[in-house]
Design a protein around this ligand. Structure first.
Ligand code: F0G
Length: 434
């Protein structure tokens, strides 16, 4: 099947071969995306094939990404693919979180069930497959933690050398620990995510290292599977909304593309609306979209949030994100540190749990329902992007009332659950239990 890299800029649309090592269009500097000549596949047959693959023991069929390989047919030789059985993440209904969010019902698509605990695995298996297909030996990324954990695992599993660049002191220990354990050479740089990305791009070019940040179009291809698997699990019933946290804006770009392609191929009959939620201290995309085209996109110099995964001031994928939101009648919301912390505790108390960035979804839903943008009876899927154990330090501090926002102000333990220190004395403990 014909596949190309195409410039995303509508004024350019330059085309390049699928094996070109490019991250931006050499003509205009625009973002690139993979495009396919899908032909006219039989949507019904595809759905049956994908269902049947769930019964198969073949590694690619067991992957919740490669099971849907007809939707991203850029790899010609399957032997390049490294799968850790990514995807296969559940849809969980969460009545308590729904009530908090002002909804009758709410479903979480929990990407924290992935092999390295975040949605990055869906894209990384695809990016690493392309790296191997291109004969690359070393791969690199800058990361707020999850991309690096994921890249380290997939690169090491696939015999590539992972080089990781992270903002010193600004990622959670859980994520840093994963990168070390999965054998990545890890550089802690004294700069923020946006500055390090510029640095890594220079290094990648100079040293011939393959860049696996989400500017890499193949990462986006793999992440499309989050939308496809969600629809498959819902028997192709399209929700009214899909809600995502927004950092570098790869996920909304990927899910938007996946949904559009599914609609084109007749797999779904309409698009859900998309909602992206940013942390107030790192919300350049929110500000840009609020200005409704009257202001140019402006990067934020000093992004700040305790949800370090989305602490990004200059998200590379904003043009794609804008296009997907406009196509899907989407919205952007932003939420405070307190709102994220409280929403996270509610998701935890629902027995589900997630990392701080993921909880921005529920905090955003609460605001969108209060504002009447989202109706109480809407059918909503929110993507929880990372596992609860990614950032245990944040959790402990919240529940013990020690969590402080980046500006030093205290975050109230609204739903705090403090551990109780007790003597080794059955009588007194029984009295405390009551
Ligand atoms: N949630 C989590 C848990 C993340 O790790 C990220 C991004 C996002 C949300 C935002 O997703 O960038 O697609 O809008 N983490 C990246 C990283 C930047 O380096 O791990 P996005």
């Amino acid at each position: 099947m014909q596949s190309d890299l195409v410039c995303f800029n509508p004024a350019c649309r330059a085309r390049y071969g699928i094996t070109a090592v490019l991250y931006n269009c050499p003509e205009c500097g625009g973002l690139l995306e993979a495009r396919y000549d899908f032909g006219r596949p039989d949507a019904g047959k595809l759905k049956v094939t994908w269902r049947e693959r769930r019964m198969s023991n073949a590694p690619l069929d067991q992957s919740g990404v490669w099971r849907y390989r007809e939707m991203f047919p850029f790899i010609e030789d399957d032997s390049h693919i490294v799968t850790l059985r990514e995807g296969n993440t559940p849809l969980l209904s969460a009545p308590r979180a729904a009530e908090y969010g002002g909804l009758d019902g709410l479903t979480f698509k929990h990407q924290g069930f992935n092999p390295t605990g975040s949605f990055k695995d869906n894209g990384m298996t695809a990016g690493v497959a392309q790296a191997r297909r291109l004969g690359m030996k070393r791969v690199a990324c800058v990361s707020t933690g999850n991309t690096s954990a994921s890249m380290a695992a997939y690169a090491s599993a696939g015999g590539l050398e992972p080089l990781i660049f992270i903002p010193h002191g600004n990622i959670s220990y859980g994520k840093l620990a994963q990168a070390l354990e999965y054998g990545a050479k890890t550089f802690q740089v004294e700069a923020n995510f946006d500055r390090i990305l510029a640095l890594v791009r220079v290094l990648a070019e100079r040293l011939g290292i393959y860049l696996l940040n989400s500017i890499n179009p193949f990462r986006i291809e793999g992440q499309k599977s989050i939308a496809i698997e969600t629809m498959d699990q819902r028997d192709w019933r399209v929700p009214d909304w899909i809600v995502l946290p927004g950092g570098n804006l790869s996920n909304v770009s990927a899910l938007g593309k996946g949904l559009r392609e599914m609609q084109c191929l007749g797999l779904i009959d309409r698009l859900p609306r998309l909602a992206v939620v940013q942390a107030e201290g790192a919300s350049p995309f929110y500000e840009y979209m609020q200005a409704k085209g009257l202001e140019p996109f402006r990067a934020q110099e000093h992004p700040e949030t305790l949800a370090t995964a989305i602490k990004i001031g200059d998200p590379v994928s904003w043009p794609k994100a804008q296009f997907e939101l406009e196509t899907a009648n989407g919205v952007v919301e932003r939420v405070t540190e307190q709102e994220i912390a409280d929403a996270k505790a509610i998701i935890g108390a629902s027995g589900i749990g997630c990392e701080p960035a993921s909880a921005a979804t529920l905090a955003g839903i609460r605001k969108l329902t209060a504002a009447g943008v989202m109706s109480r009876d809407a059918d909503v899927v929110a993507v929880l992007t990372g596992n609860v154990l990614k950032d245990p330090d944040y959790i402990y501090r919240y529940h013990t009332g020690e969590l402080k926002a980046p500006d030093g102000s205290a975050i109230a333990a609204t739903f705090g659950n403090r551990p109780v220190v007790v003597p080794n004395d059955a009588e007194r403990i029984a009295a405390l239990i009551g």
